[in-house]
Design a protein around this ligand. Structure first.
Ligand code: SF4
Length: 261
């Protein structure tokens, strides 16, 4: 939780970390949905909604962490801000009833089901992540795709082996009605839909860390999408996020990392 200092002599007013879900489509297009958790409405609100809210004060950009927040007179601070302060969260008390919103990754990269696997591989490398949600047209999770899924797909379509060479003789060419020369088979396009693991469990943004840890352990998964009331992805929680939180809660100094599990 981060609270902005007094403004114009007023009491400190809370700010709410903005979460963003960037969704990559199969046509190369990209869209972004920015939300905050509104403590008054007890649900996610889009930043556009905040800007027209009578309690809205300003957008605040924190240069060290490069994060933007909504500052408003909601009267409550939310605990979903990952501070740039490496000592943030250090405590001698483990509180597993704390909301998972405080430890999840808020800037999520998502893909639509029709995005080719090659593009997913590029996104995983570019954003230094090991998995991402696959979402439908409404931004609701339909699957999860991981680095392992991409490697498996590449192996299964033969990218790791040399293909058998085939020579066409003129006699073969005639019946096929093609000119003599080199021909390349158009590879079958493998997309997120083909390699993803369908989403069977997800976490609501109001869930606690202990509920999240129990669910991940029970289901044997390393990452789960976090959704708002309307089912849209607002974050992603990995087992590494839970371990980082546990280490910090036990008093160990664990600096924030750019990598997202
Ligand atoms: S600006 Fe309004 S909608 Fe947005 S978080 Fe504050 S109280 Fe909620």
């Amino acid at each position: 939780m981060t609270t902005l200092g007094p403004i114009d002599g007023e009491h400190p007013i809370p700010h709410h970390a903005i979460r963003s879900a960037r969704i990559f489509g199969g046509d190369g297009g990209e869209s972004e949905v920015a939300t905050v958790y509104c403590p008054l409405k007890e649900r996610s609100a889009t930043v556009t909604e905040c800007e027209s809210c009578r309690r809205f004060h300003a957008l605040h950009f924190d240069a060290p962490s490069r994060k933007t927040s909504v500052v408003c007179h909601s009267g409550h601070a939310t605990s979903d801000t990952e501070s740039a302060d490496p000592l943030a969260g250090v405590s001698e008390h483990v509180n597993p009833a704390a909301p998972l919103a405080g430890i999840m990754t808020r800037d999520v990269i998502c893909v639509r089901p029709e995005v080719p696997v090659d593009e997913i591989a590029a996104l995983l490398v570019r954003h230094e992540i090991s998995g991402m949600p696959v979402v439908d047209a409404d931004g609701k999770p339909v699957g999860m795709v991981s680095r392992a899924d991409v490697i498996r797909a590449a192996h299964e379509r033969g990218d790791t082996e040399e293909s058998e060479r085939v020579t066409l003789h003129p006699a073969d060419v005639v019946p096929l009605d093609i000119e003599q020369g080199f021909y390349v088979y158009e590879p079958v396009k493998v997309t997120a839909r083909d390699v993803m693991t369908p989403v069977v469990v997800q976490l609501h943004e109001s869930a606690t860390i202990r509920q999240a840890a129990a669910l991940m352990a029970y289901e044997g998964v390393h990452r789960l999408p976090v959704v708002s009331d309307d089912g849209r992805v607002v974050g992603i929680l990995s087992s590494l996020d839970v371990l980082r939180w546990f280490g910090r809660s036990c008093g160990y100094l664990i600096p924030p990392t750019r990598k997202r599990g």
